[in-house]
Structures are given as C-alpha cells and as structure tokens.
Ligand binder design. Structure first.
Ligand SMILES: [Zn+2]
Ligand SMILES: [Zn+2]
Length: 264
C-alpha cells in the first residue's frame, strides 16, 4: 500500500485481482501461415487501421499484409509487394479492389490473408474494430460499472477507458504489458501513477509507483526489475506523452464522476 496525503492508494499487487482482458496495442501482428495444400509456410506482417468514428455505422478495417523473411534469426520485410485489403468486421469477409491474377504473388498473399484471418485472429481483428471506434470517445468512462469499483483505491485505466489501446514496453526482447492505476479522488493534489508490468510470456509481474512531476520512481519498495522496466518505458517514444494524456483524462473523470454518481 502507498499512503500519502489524507487518503490511501492501494495497488493491485496487494491483492490477487486478475484481469480478463485480451491485451492489444493495435500495432503490427506477425502471423504464421502453414497451408495444408502444399503451399510453402510463411510469416507475414499484418498492419491494421480501423475506422475511429464512434458514431460511424461501417464495419471496416483496412489491412496491409506483407511477406516477411527470416534473416539471421530475425523476421524482416521481404522484397514482396504489400497487399491492401478490407475486412468487414461483421461478416469476416476480406475484399480487395481488384482480384489479383491467379498464380501471382498477390494472389498467394491474398490466399494467406484469407486463411489467417479466421478463428482467433478474426476474433482479434473484430475486437480491434470494436476498440478502434472508441479510441477517441471522451465519454466511454460513463459506461463503466462504477458501483463495482472501489474509489478509495487507485483505478486501472482499462476500467475507465476499456477500449483504448494497451501500452507496453520491451526489455531484453521481452514484451511487458503496462497496466496503469489512477487516483480518482476529486481535487486530490497527488501526482502519482501506479504501474503493473505484466510479462506477456509468463505473466510474471513487477510493480512501481511513479511521480509524474519528476517522472522518477516514488516507491522505496520497488524492485530492481521494476526500476529497469520503468527506465525502459520512459525511453520508449511517446510513452511519457501517453501517460500525461491519461493523467489529464483521469483528472477530468475525477472531476465529473461525482455528478454522474449522484444522478444515478
Ligand atoms: Zn467507419
Ligand atoms: Zn490522489
């Protein structure tokens, strides 16, 4: 527990709260196509851009698929031309502006894309469409089940704005999801954010409290591992800007929440 000022900010490392969440940062997906029809197996990169119109009725996700080749143990973009396609997130159908010539490289790539964009990957792409359209929605927090949350403790951003892309950090080639916890006490002068780092591979966790006035850890109990993760996160382009934007968004929620709760 982290005590400061008049109130207590508990953090998630103190209890065994688990998140039922598919973490997704909206970034490039790397997929492995292993066709059963004798076509050689291959890795492809899939970049997605979904419609961000909260009120828009379309179900469109733009896809860009590109072959990858293995060079010295690393997957890099090959010489092949990327293929543009459109996913209808409702039907799961993939369309292209013009069907490629049978037997061409584009046709092969389109067949790979259609094979890959099924089952779990289709679920993920549909979830991206759902989340994409709420990215810029400033009012999503009004749909949160506030009665189920303890406002005496810091609240995870993903409970307040569940659609926003998750944030992550890489350390030594390992990816960690970053879960950020915010104070929602109106007029509270605190400037802290509590961070949980969750290893994508094995669910190992580290925890740290940071003072956003200085961007330095404010946590005597933080482990060396947590300090390294914060140091790497701080160096990640856009990371501090994202935390600043989240701080601003959660301060606004803190100001407006009492009126919403009273009106219910
Ligand atoms: Zn749209
Ligand atoms: Zn506070």
């Amino acid at each position: 527990m982290t005590t400061h000022d008049e109130h207590t900010h508990a953090d998630s490392s103190d209890d065994s709260e688990t998140f039922e969440r598919t973490f997704d940062d909206g970034e490039r997906l790397v997929l492995h196509d292993e066709p059963a029809d004798g076509t050689p197996a291959a890795f492809v990169a899939l970049d997605t851009a979904s419609c961000t119109g909260t009120e828009c009725q379309c179900h469109e996700v733009e896809l860009l698929v590109q072959p990858l080749t293995l060079v010295d143990g690393e997957l890099v973009e090959g010489d092949g031309t990327p293929l543009q396609a459109l996913l209808d997130a409702e039907s799961g159908e993939i369309s292209v502006e013009a069907e490629p010539e049978p037997g061409s490289e584009e046709a092969l790539l389109l067949a790979r894309l259609r094979r890959l964009a099924q089952d779990e990957t289709l679920d993920l792409l549909q979830d991206r469409w759902r989340r994409g359209r709420r990215q810029e929605d400033p009012d999503e927090w009004k749909e949160t089940d506030w009665a189920a949350l303890d406002l005496e403790t810091m609240v995870p951003f993903l409970e307040i704005f569940p659609s926003r892309w998750d944030i992550s950090v890489f350390v030594d080639g390992h990816k960690y999801w970053v879960i950020d916890f915010w104070c929602l006490t109106p007029d509270c002068p605190c400037t802290q954010v509590a961070l949980d780092f969750l290893a994508e591979e094995d669910d190992a966790t580290e925890h740290l409290v940071v003072d956003l006035e200085t961007n330095e850890p404010d946590d005597p109990e933080a482990t060396e591992g947590a300090r390294r993760l914060w140091a790497a996160f701080r160096e990640t382009p856009g990371a501090l800007e994202e935390l600043a934007a989240r701080r601003e968004a959660t301060r606004r929620v803190a100001r407006e929440l009492p009126a919403l709760l009273e009106s219910e």
